[in-house]
Ligand binder design. Structure first.
Ligand SMILES: Nc1nc2c(ncn2[C@@H]2O[C@H](COP(=O)(O)OP(=O)(O)OP(=O)(O)O)[C@@H](O)[C@H]2O)c(=O)[nH]1
Ligand SMILES: [Mg+2]
Length: 467
């Protein structure tokens, strides 16, 4: 177990009602004693996991925790001691809940640092939780995802990972691989014994089942990334159809300039919105047409470049003027994207029908008026269903969001594939076992069973200080 005691401010900087300074390590109660003033409740008498009210001061020597000459009071606080191993890090933890704002928290941090603690590195509390076996690596990574979640769904996903759903899935696959190895090794070690020898066919079937599961899990990465980063929705169409007006209506503010002259938007305008708990990144673009204006051409080029990165396109048409050559060109240009067609300005032309261009298309087709708000709820529903339709989640819905996990899964799948190929080539059981062991090692990278200092540094350096 790590010996030194670390301390950090765990709440964000800025003005707030409460600030928390956290310490972890074997000396944290001794450190608290030096800065705690309340003779009725000395730190030695603290019960674990109970909050005590007292005064925090600059360090003092006395054991009675009565204010001494030269000692300065800092703040009235609540303090709690959590005895190891029943704490976040698995070590003794002390949390000091003081008033918010930067001065009280900084002064308390300074007082505990002057009393023997050292400043915590980013993510060091969680790193200790991992090293002390309180969390596995996938769960530790989920802590950062919970903190950084930008939508309800992203939070739900991160919490599922924190609660061990992904780890359970990985441990399960590892358990099955382990069983295969045990059977193969028994056959190698005791060929003459009267034990049931596992047949190559059984190994192959076992490997194929695991492979299928791991490949499906790897395929959820795209969806996981969408939930994590937001679904990228590009708004395209010829000039003046109301693209920027739709962006503004969905965002609920005048984010983009709207004007009756065609060619108003030049630069890409991006804005995030949450719809049904899911984050969407809306990307408004310049109206696409043949233009002689150099600046407009630059805008159109940028619009085209962003098309390929989008998860979904809102192709906007003007109900009072549609299905011309410019619309047709854009419909053709976006044909490989998941699309929602919008017939906007329906207030100007309530009878407009898109049959002439959409007769045989199964794609979603919505009539809107960015001016009156008509059809916007339907558009939000369509966006929400488009996000769900992208869903590739399997089984109990475990979804991965982290590229490191995807790479490890793919490497494990590669090793299993090699194992299957080795069976086909009738290679000896020892060789088959090598591939299976490699698959297990790769899965172990996800939960941190197999890891290196570099990987840990890379993961925990991204955390904030105090977590
Ligand atoms: N009547 C009516 N007018 C609309 C509607 N949506 C947009 N407009 C008007 O159409 C004009 C163009 O709107 P914008 O949102 O700037 O159109 P745009 O597609 O972003 O245009 P560019 O940036 O030039 O490509 C403005 O005068 C808007 O007020 C609508 O639903 N109904
Ligand atoms: Mg515009």
């Amino acid at each position: 177990m790590t010996k030194d005691t670390i301390a950090a401010i765990s709440t964000p900087t800025g003005v707030g009602a409460i600030g928390i300074v956290r310490l972890s390590g074997s000396a944290c109660r001794d450190i608290l004693k030096k800065v705690w003033i309340n003779p009725n409740h000395p730190v030695d008498k603290f019960e674990t996991h109970r909050l005590y009210y007292g005064m925090l001061s600059t360090p003092q020597d006395g054991v009675k925790q009565v204010k001494q000459d030269g000692v300065k009071s800092i703040d009235n606080v609540l303090a709690v001691w959590m005895q190891e191993p029943r704490s976040y890090t698995g070590e003794d933890i002390v949390e000091i809940h003081c008033h918010g704002g930067s001065v009280a928290t900084k002064s308390i941090l300074e007082a505990v640092l002057n009393s023997g603690a050292r400043p915590a590195l980013p993510g060091e509390f969680t790193r200790r939780a991992f090293l002390n076996g309180r969390l596995d690596l996938a769960q530790a990574e989920a802590v950062a995802e919970v903190i950084n979640a930008t939508s309800e769904r992203a939070l739900r996903l991160a919490n599922e990972q924190l609660n061990g759903r992904l780890s359970g899935e990985i441990n399960n696959a590892q358990g099955k691989l382990k069983e295969l190895i045990v059977s193969i090794e028994a056959a190698i070690d005791f060929p003459e014994e009267d034990i049931e020898i596992i047949k190559n066919e059984q190994i192959e079937n076992g490997l194929k089942n695991i492979l299928e599961r791991l490949s499906s899990l790897s395929m959820t990465y795209h969806e996981g990334k969408m939930i994590h980063d937001g679904v990228r929705v590009i708004i395209v169409g010829k000039p003046n159809v109301g693209k920027s007006s739709i962006l503004n209506a969905l965002v609920g503010s005048d984010r983009a300039i709207v004007h009756h002259s065609p060619g108003t938007t030049r630069d890409i305008i991006e804005e995030d919105v949450e719809i049904d708990g899911m984050k969407f990144r809306l990307i408004d673009t310049a109206g696409i047409r043949n233009s002689t204006c150099e600046i407009e051409q630059m805008g159109i080029k940028r619009a085209r470049m962003r098309l390929s990165e989008a998860d979904c396109a809102l192709v906007v048409l003007d109900a009072s003027n549609f299905a011309d050559e410019e619309d047709k060109a854009i419909i053709c240009e976006t044909k490989n994207l998941k699309r929602i067609f919008i017939l906007n300005k329906i207030d100007l032309c309530p009878t407009a029908e898109t049959d002439s261009i959409f007769k045989s298309r199964a794609e979603t087709n919505i009539k809107t008026s960015a001016k009156t708000g008509l059809g916007l709820d339907e558009l939000k529903k369509a966006l929400s269903s488009a996000a769900v339709a992208n869903s590739s989640s399997v089984g109990e819905g475990v979804i991965i969001t982290n590229l490191r996990h995807k790479q490890a899964l793919d490497e494990a799948a590669g090793a299993i594939n090699n194992g299957i190929a080795a069976i086909a080539k009738k290679e000896s059981p020892e060789f088959i076992a090598v591939h299976i062991k490699l698959a297990m090692t790769n899965l172990g990278k996800i939960t941190g069973e197999v890891t290196s200092e570099d990987v840990l540094n890379e993961i925990f350096d991204k955390f904030c200080i105090g977590k």
